[in-house]
Write a protein that binds this ligand. Structure first.
Ligand code: FNR
Length: 362
């Protein structure tokens, strides 16, 4: 569809939600339980206010940065979200093409409908990370890690906030399942319970994940791979320190887009605590509720090295495939650049904490 009239992420969201069928729309947009954390993620960015500096030469803006030593053109990357072929037949391949063409990083989900191998073959230039759910079957886990290594991934993002699946009420009422024409491509060639199940592979996949995980298992993970391990789903300073002590090379602040424990703090509101605990020992990333360039700038000011977006590229994908995903990322990049210029900030790597304040009560 024509995308000229869609000028911000919210336009893409609105358009996508009107196009998708109910089951997919609900799967992408829902949060856990009452959706309190889902809405706080967005609302809390809006409680922060910017304190721009004037009269700064902003003719040259540096948006480039590095993530664990790998360059990205701007600090907005694609968070891992499963089953992207529900949004568009090209699924994760289209999102990956959009990410590669803009020079940013994409993190592929364990639950993807395109394989690591297919992305690596088509897009050798893409900065690709793999999101890992540790499976009860450690041999299977090991094989997933090897696939990520073979595909040239530059990091393993281990999700630590899913000992069990949060309650997504619409998934229950819609009886959400993986359509029969799709499969979890990274697991297709591996021996797992998925192979013997015809129906509801979505539910079967979730039974394969391990709810006994502790930080010791993260330590184990660091011994079976040379890839840097990143803990995704950290919400407290204490856990950030645990993750570092377990060998993680970066901390990814996330509440799974409000889809796990409802009632946890928004990610932007806990970022400072995590950054303080990490104390410069590792890079800190954030996702959850980032919808505008000013949101990105606020997260950078509070100490994030980069942010990730989950739903926004899905909405772009649903509206116009690769082009839509690219447009959404381009909007965020351009909005960030303008927000920097209007704030008197010239480099994404040195955004001052002073740039943000909480909304003053009048
Ligand atoms: C997710 N998320 C997620 N996280 C993860 O570690 N593995 C996964 O497979 C998925 N799958 C997934 C599917 C869908 C439809 C959504 C919306 C989210 C969470 C995701 O990585 C990220 O943390 C949030 O989406 C970030 O919040 P925003 O940007 O959507 O507000």
């Amino acid at each position: 569809m024509a995308t000229n009239s869609l000028v911000c992420v919210n336009d893409y969201e609105e358009q996508a939600l009107s196009l998708l069928d109910k089951r997919v729309r609900d799967y992408y947009s829902c949060g856990a339980d009452d959706g309190q954390t889902l809405s706080d993620n967005v609302a809390d960015f809006r409680r922060l206010r910017l304190r721009p500096r004037m009269m700064v030469d902003v003719s040259n803006i540096n948006m480039k940065t590095t993530l664990l030593g790998q360059e990205v053109a701007f600090p907005v990357c694609v968070a891992p979200t499963g089953i992207q072929k529900l949004a568009h037949p090209d699924g994760e391949l289209a999102t990956a093409r959009a990410s590669a063409s803009l020079g940013t990083c994409m993190c592929l989900s364990t639950g993807s409908t395109v394989s690591l191998g297919e992305l690596a073959e088509n897009l050798p230039e893409l900065l690709l990370w793999f999101q890992l759910y540790v499976c009860k079957d450690r041999d299977l886990t090991r094989q997933l890690v090897k696939q990520a290594e073979r595909a040239g991934c530059k990091a393993l993002v281990v999700t630590v906030d899913r000992p069990e699946q949060g309650t997504r009420r619409t998934s229950i009422t819609n009886k959400f399942s993986l359509p029969l024409h799709l499969s979890f491509k990274n697991l297709d060639s591996l021996k797992s319970p998925l192979q013997s199940s015809q129906n509801n592979k979505y539910a079967v996949l979730h039974t394969m994940f391990d709810n006994t995980l502790t930080w010791e298992d993260i330590q184990w993970l660091t011994t079976i791979t040379n890839l840097p391990v990143i803990a995704k789903g950290v919400l407290t300073g204490v856990d950030a320190v645990k993750a570092l002590e377990s060998g993680c090379k970066a901390i990814y602040v996330s509440n799974h887009g409000g889809r796990q424990l409802d009632g946890v703090c928004s990610t932007i509101s806990v970022l400072s605590e995590v950054v303080k605990a990490v104390n410069g020992r590792a890079e800190v990333y954030l996702d959850g509720g980032v919808r505008t360039g000013t949101d990105v700038l606020k997260a950078l000011a509070l100490g994030a090295r980069a942010v990730f977006v989950g739903r926004p590229p899905l909405y772009g994908l649903a509206v116009a495939g690769e082009e839509g995903a690219r447009n959404v990322l381009t909007i965020l990049r351009n909005e960030l650049k303008l927000a920097m210029q209007l704030s008197g900030v010239t480099d994404v790597q040195s955004v001052s904490r002073d740039l943000v304040t909480y909304r003053a009560s009048l």
